[in-house]
Design a protein around this ligand. Structure first.
Ligand code: ADP
Ligand code: MG
Length: 239
């Protein structure tokens, strides 16, 4: 079976510091994988390698069977949503959603159709003519998700997309991300340090410590059969 994402023997050093070491991970088409671990364990670094925002020190990354290790981010078939919203402040929501497609030279009619669909899915249609400054945190994060959505990518990467939001919004958007996944059935790799998010969203959770995956399993197994004290302590402690 061809995996959606395959990470082979991936290493990444910052200078002399080894952040990821010989990491392997196979993700099936349509799977929702959560990378869970404490701050500094290498979650964002791993995601940035997959996205092509960092050059790897060793190993390979395959997306949909293709070796993308040295491909440009835009050629990898991925969309990324960050913790900070990274919207263009001077552009309307509609422009924020369509900008990348315009740059890529997509026909106008198709751009309009894609923006409309994304806005409908994320329930941001009434916000299309507003600018980011006039949106709430939750609305901004929906727009950020929308920007990945319009590109119709195979793989979504999320880096702690909800951690800047208050508890109520966080749980609302968590439900929406789950719904989005059920509707799109694409592959999602979702970074968090929040065990509740991990347990509710994931098909499988990868628990990370110091750049190494300690356990990779479904939430039930992680919760009931942690492989070591680290995993047990991390999943059992309040977030
Ligand atoms: P996480 O996302 O799990 O909090 P990161 O992937 O951001 O962790 O960081 C992993 C480790 O790499 C940390 O020790 C961090 O300090 C270090 N690190 C991250 N980015 C850089 C960088 N650009 N230069 C040097 N060290 C970095
Ligand atoms: Mg991080």
């Amino acid at each position: 079976m061809q995996h959606s994402v395959s990470i082979r023997d991936l290493s990444l050093n910052f200078g002399n510091v080894k952040v990821l070491e010989h990491l392997n991970l196979d993700i099936a088409q349509g799977e929702f994988i959560v990378l869970l671990g404490p701050s500094g364990c290498g979650k964002s670094t791993l995601l940035n390698c997959i996205a092509g925002l960092l050059d790897v020190s060793g190993g390979q990354i395959f997306i949909s069977g293709k070796n993308v290790t040295w491909e440009e981010p835009k050629d990898r078939g991925i969309g990324m949503v960050f913790q900070s919203y990274a919207l263009y402040p001077q552009m309307t929501v509609e422009r924020n959603l369509s900008f990348g497609l315009r740059v890529a030279g997509m026909p106008k009619a198709e751009i309009e159709q894609r923006v409309k669909r994304a806005a409908e899915i994320l329930q941001i249609e009434p916000l299309l003519q507003r600018k980011p400054a006039n949106l709430s945190g939750g609305q901004r994060q929906r727009v950020a998700i929308g920007r990945a959505l319009v590109r119709d990518v195979d793989v979504f990467l999320f880096d702690e997309p909800l951690s800047n939001l208050d508890a109520k919004l966080r749980s609302d958007l968590r439900v929406e991300i789950k719904r989005l996944h059920q509707r799109l059935k694409n592959t999602m790799i979702y970074v968090t340090h929040d065990q509740i998010e991990a347990l509710t969203l994931a098909d499988r959770i990868a628990i990370m410590k110091n750049g190494v995956i300690q356990q990779l399993a479904d939430p039930h197994t992680i919760y009931n059969k942690p492989v070591n004290l680290y995993v047990a302590g991390f999943i059992g402690s309040p977030s």
